[in-house]
Design a protein around this ligand. Structure first.
Ligand SMILES: NC(=O)c1ccc[n+]([C@@H]2O[C@H](COP(=O)([O-])OP(=O)(O)OC[C@H]3O[C@@H](n4cnc5c(N)ncnc54)[C@H](O)[C@@H]3O)[C@@H](O)[C@H]2O)c1
Length: 318
């Protein structure tokens, strides 16, 4: 059966690039982008788009019927930093959107679901270096609590109802096409913009705050790959640890200096420091490598070169 794909939250940082890639692979008309707001020009001009609220199960069902959808990617969520400002809204959006989609799959309306989790499922009591797949998980943010609960529900729906749901614990995702949506790792995107435009950046995380990160190209590749493999290959139905690189603000700044020598960084911590301090510094993703052949392509150097070149072109061609 051909893939007929719906992406909810398609206009966000990851959804935009995921939609564009899935359209390249499956053909534009087979991939329906949906969100509560319109996306950037590239996304809007690349294929079908629908306004849909992930909290409205009936509305999602109508789109599934209208386009004969069999595969759904749920990218709508409230991220870590914004979630701390609106805890009950974050819980409502992150949980109820997932229930809507899992229930539609349980009812046989869709065959396969992708739902992203996050390194935010870990907390201050989790081992920080090379954090294992299975370990202590006591998240302290509402975002992390919602992602951990979501993981448990994904596994439950798989075990109890046979729902083919697949999930990745994304680290901080770095990209240049679309701005990040209110996470604790957003500094690692802002820093490249500021390096190009102002030659300086004031970091909201301290110089030694090491966090797991990934370039968007790798995140999209991992997402499409886990959705492509046979169901038997997926041994973990909660969510897979996923990793590419880890670095501190100081390390990314000195990498940027190799391209822009006059770049300067300063540090003024804000509330996001506490969130970052509760998360792992590096992740063990050996299960993803073993089970379905995950292998990242970008490290800090190749990502920095690609980010700066892409942002330079973007701002000088427009
Ligand atoms: N970006 C990261 O670094 C990162 C890291 C770990 C996990 N994730 C997860 O990946 C997913 C996508 O993240 P992102 O960075 O693209 O987020 P984002 O905030 O950039 O995008 C989310 C999109 O969802 C849309 N949305 C919000 N409420 C909606 C609703 N009720 N109905 C329909 N759409 C709605 C927003 O308009 C937005 O376009 C999320 O589940 C997030 O938790 C992201």
């Amino acid at each position: 059966m051909n893939n007929r794909i719906l992406i909810i939250g398609a206009c966000g940082q990851i959804g935009t690039e995921l939609t564009l890639k899935l359209r390249e692979v499956n053909g534009s008309d087979a991939v329906i982008a949906a969100d509560i707001r319109e996306g950037n020009d590239e996304l809007m001009q690349s294929g079908p788009f629908e306004i849909v609220d992930a909290l409205n199960k009936g509305a999602i069902e109508k789109i599934i019927d209208k386009y004969a959808i069999n595969e759904l990617y749920l990218m709508a969520a409230m991220l870590s930093a914004t979630g701390e400002k609106h805890p009950s809204k974050a819980w409502e959006l992150n949980m109820n959107s997932l229930f809507n989609v899992l229930n539609l799959a349980k009812e046989g309306k869709i065959k396969k679901v992708f739902w992203p989790s996050s390194i935010a499922v870990f907390g201050p009591t989790t081992p920080k270096e090379n954090t294992p797949q299975k370990t202590i998980m006591e998240p302290t943010t509402v975002y992390g609590i919602s992602k951990l609960a979501g993981e448990r529900w994904c596994e439950y729906y798989y075990n109890r109802y046979g729902v083919d749901v697949r999930s990745l614990r994304y680290p901080g995702i770095i990209s240049w096409k679309t701005n990040p949506g209110g996470g604790t790792t957003d500094y690692a995107v802002e820093i490249y913009h500021n390096a190009l435009h102002n030659r300086k950046y004031d970091s909201f995380l301290s110089e030694n705050t090491k966090l797991p990160m990934m370039y968007m190209d790798d995140a999209i590749e991992a997402t499409i790959k886990i959705m492509d493999v046979k169901p038997e290959a997926i041994k973990i139905r909660s969510s897979y640890n996923l990793a590419a690189m880890s670095f501190t603000p100081e390390q990314i700044a000195s990498e940027i200096k190799t391209f822009i020598p006059e770049f300067e960084i300063t540090y003024h911590k804000d509330f996001r420091q506490n969130i970052a301090d509760s998360w792992p510094r590096s992740i063990d993703d050996s299960n993803a490598k073993k089970d379905w052949g995950w292998q990242p392509k970008f490290d800090l150097h190749s990502m920095s070169e690609n980010m700066l070149n892409s942002l330079f072109k973007k701002f000088n061609n427009n």
